[in-house]
Design a protein around this ligand. Structure first.
Ligand SMILES: Nc1nc2c(ncn2[C@@H]2O[C@H](COP(=O)(O)OP(=O)(O)OP(=O)(O)O)[C@@H](O)[C@H]2O)c(=O)[nH]1
Ligand SMILES: [Mg+2]
Length: 228
């Protein structure tokens, strides 16, 4: 599957779609809720912004609670909304929101910073948090090592990350939200996930996404991709 299989136009929206011109109600489309979690400063905001806005943000601040980014894509002729929940990595900014993150989640993206081994060592606690919130074990999960553009500062070797990914039956991607050469690859990561979700034919339709019901089967095959 290539990212080029889908339409490239972007839609940025924090709210649901309104009525269409002419007063017709909007077409119902499937929405995939994907939460992005990991330590503070690993680049969750930059990755989600890169995918939804098509560029690296000029500056970011620590996320408080959660930010939503949404992009509509067409996959195999079907219009789908990818809703990214960009969560706060800092505990003090998460507390009140955590319950909401995990409600009706369709997929999880775990992010670590390739230049910060501590963020990699935190991954088991993020996985544990998912378990504690009773996230079904068959929900698709992927592991993303970010900041691969900082080649001289890498602290997490690919083989170590791959071992971890294999142990947890997750595909591993090493990428950069910043390096423009990696733009297509951030795109490909989320599009791969969207294709996977679509192929599992979740039940939900329409908005708001919190009312969705979804059941997804796992796809355990792990992929390693360093696109730097
Ligand atoms: N070199 C480089 N820097 C990056 C990359 N992605 C993010 N950054 C930088 O890393 C810092 C943190 O990025 P954020 O996206 O705000 O991190 P976050 O994970 O959202 O942090 P919290 O909101 O606190 O959880 C910022 O200074 C970004 O500019 C990347 O791919 N390469
Ligand atoms: Mg953030």
């Amino acid at each position: 599957m290539a990212a080029g299989d889908v339409e490239s136009s972007l839609e940025l929206s924090l709210t649901g779609s309104g009525a269409l011109p002419g007063g017709l109600p909007p077409a119902r489309s499937r929405i995939f809720k994907i939460i992005v979690i990991g330590d503070s400063n690993v680049g969750k905001t930059c990755l989600t912004y890169r995918f939804c806005a098509g560029r690296f943000p000029q500056r970011t601040e620590a996320t408080i609670g959660v930010d939503f980014r949404e992009r509509a894509v067409t996959i195999d002729g079907e219009r789908i909304k990818i809703q990214l929940w960009d969560t706060a990595g800092q505990e003090r900014f998460r507390k009140s929101m955590v319950q909401h993150y995990y409600r009706n989640v369709h997929a999880v993206v775990f992010v670590y910073d390739m230049t910060n081994i501590a963020s990699f060592h935190s991954l088991p606690s993020w996985i544990e948090e998912c378990k504690q919130h009773l996230l079904a074990s068959d929900i698709p999960r992927i592991l993303v090592g970010n900041k691969c553009d900082l080649r001289n500062a890498i602290q997490v070797p690919t083989d170590l990350a791959q071992k971890f990914a294999d142990t947890h039956s997750m595909p591993l991607f090493e990428t950069s939200a910043k390096n423009p050469n990696d733009n297509d690859h951030v795109e490909a990561i989320f599009m791969t996930l969207a294709h996977k979700l679509k192929s599992h034919k979740p039940l939900m339709l329409s908005q708001p996404p919190d009312h969705d019901e979804i059941h997804i089967k796992p796809e355990p095959k792990a992929i390693t991709s360093c696109w730097c």
